[in-house]
Design a protein. Structure first.
Length: 108
Protein backbone atom coordinates (compact mmCIF):
# COMPACT_ATOMS: atom_id res chain seq x y z
CA UNK A 1 0.00 0.00 0.00
CA UNK A 2 1.15 3.55 -0.76
CA UNK A 3 0.32 6.65 1.28
CA UNK A 4 0.61 10.31 0.28
CA UNK A 5 1.18 12.98 2.95
CA UNK A 6 1.83 16.69 2.61
CA UNK A 7 3.55 19.14 4.93
CA UNK A 8 2.40 22.66 4.03
CA UNK A 9 4.87 24.51 6.23
CA UNK A 10 7.96 23.04 4.58
CA UNK A 11 6.48 22.62 1.09
CA UNK A 12 6.86 18.88 0.73
CA UNK A 13 4.78 15.92 -0.38
CA UNK A 14 5.94 12.49 0.74
CA UNK A 15 4.93 9.24 -0.92
CA UNK A 16 5.37 6.34 1.50
CA UNK A 17 5.19 2.58 1.26
CA UNK A 18 3.16 1.19 4.15
CA UNK A 19 3.91 -2.45 3.35
CA UNK A 20 6.84 -2.29 5.77
CA UNK A 21 7.17 -1.12 9.36
CA UNK A 22 8.10 1.65 9.77
CA UNK A 23 6.81 3.06 6.46
CA UNK A 24 9.57 3.80 3.95
CA UNK A 25 9.92 6.87 1.76
CA UNK A 26 9.35 6.16 -1.93
CA UNK A 27 9.53 9.71 -3.28
CA UNK A 28 9.60 13.25 -1.94
CA UNK A 29 8.48 16.37 -3.80
CA UNK A 30 10.11 19.48 -2.32
CA UNK A 31 9.76 23.26 -2.69
CA UNK A 32 6.02 23.11 -3.34
CA UNK A 33 4.02 26.28 -2.52
CA UNK A 34 2.14 25.00 0.55
CA UNK A 35 0.68 21.63 -0.50
CA UNK A 36 -2.57 20.87 1.32
CA UNK A 37 -5.41 18.55 0.35
CA UNK A 38 -4.89 15.51 -1.85
CA UNK A 39 -7.64 13.45 -3.47
CA UNK A 40 -7.60 10.39 -5.72
CA UNK A 41 -9.73 9.42 -8.69
CA UNK A 42 -12.04 6.45 -8.05
CA UNK A 43 -9.74 4.07 -9.96
CA UNK A 44 -6.65 5.44 -8.19
CA UNK A 45 -4.66 6.27 -11.31
CA UNK A 46 -4.50 10.02 -10.58
CA UNK A 47 -4.13 12.23 -7.55
CA UNK A 48 -5.02 15.91 -7.35
CA UNK A 49 -3.12 18.15 -4.93
CA UNK A 50 -4.07 21.67 -3.82
CA UNK A 51 -1.19 24.13 -3.71
CA UNK A 52 -2.43 26.77 -1.29
CA UNK A 53 0.12 29.55 -1.93
CA UNK A 54 0.16 29.01 -5.71
CA UNK A 55 -3.65 28.96 -6.16
CA UNK A 56 -3.40 25.81 -8.25
CA UNK A 57 -4.31 22.14 -8.37
CA UNK A 58 -1.61 19.81 -9.67
CA UNK A 59 -2.24 16.42 -11.26
CA UNK A 60 -0.08 13.48 -10.16
CA UNK A 61 0.16 10.24 -12.11
CA UNK A 62 0.15 7.60 -9.36
CA UNK A 63 1.88 4.97 -11.53
CA UNK A 64 4.88 7.14 -12.45
CA UNK A 65 4.66 9.30 -9.30
CA UNK A 66 5.22 12.44 -11.38
CA UNK A 67 3.39 15.75 -11.49
CA UNK A 68 1.98 15.62 -15.00
CA UNK A 69 -0.24 18.68 -15.24
CA UNK A 70 -2.44 21.32 -13.70
CA UNK A 71 -6.22 21.62 -13.54
CA UNK A 72 -7.63 24.56 -15.49
CA UNK A 73 -9.63 26.69 -13.06
CA UNK A 74 -10.01 29.89 -15.10
CA UNK A 75 -13.82 29.75 -15.00
CA UNK A 76 -13.79 29.28 -11.22
CA UNK A 77 -10.70 31.02 -9.80
CA UNK A 78 -9.02 29.51 -6.78
CA UNK A 79 -8.41 31.53 -3.63
CA UNK A 80 -5.97 29.65 -1.39
CA UNK A 81 -7.34 26.12 -1.96
CA UNK A 82 -6.99 23.78 1.00
CA UNK A 83 -9.08 20.67 0.50
CA UNK A 84 -10.28 18.68 -2.48
CA UNK A 85 -12.75 15.83 -2.98
CA UNK A 86 -13.30 13.92 -6.23
CA UNK A 87 -16.82 12.83 -7.22
CA UNK A 88 -17.56 9.09 -7.32
CA UNK A 89 -17.56 9.12 -11.14
CA UNK A 90 -14.27 11.09 -11.30
CA UNK A 91 -15.84 13.83 -13.45
CA UNK A 92 -15.59 16.77 -11.04
CA UNK A 93 -13.68 17.98 -8.00
CA UNK A 94 -15.06 19.96 -5.10
CA UNK A 95 -12.43 22.41 -3.88
CA UNK A 96 -12.58 24.35 -0.61
CA UNK A 97 -11.08 27.83 -0.90
CA UNK A 98 -9.87 29.24 2.41
CA UNK A 99 -9.38 32.75 1.01
CA UNK A 100 -13.04 33.46 0.41
CA UNK A 101 -14.60 30.57 2.35
CA UNK A 102 -16.39 28.95 -0.59
CA UNK A 103 -16.44 25.65 -2.43
CA UNK A 104 -16.09 25.52 -6.20
CA UNK A 105 -16.83 22.68 -8.59
CA UNK A 106 -14.14 22.02 -11.17
CA UNK A 107 -14.53 19.75 -14.20
CA UNK A 108 -11.82 17.14 -14.52
Amino acid sequence: MTTYGSTPTNGSLNILSTTVTPPSLIKKFENLPQPWGIAFTPNGDKAYMCLHADNSIKLIDTATRLITGEVNTTTHPLDRPKEIVISSDGAVAYVANSGNDDVIIVSL
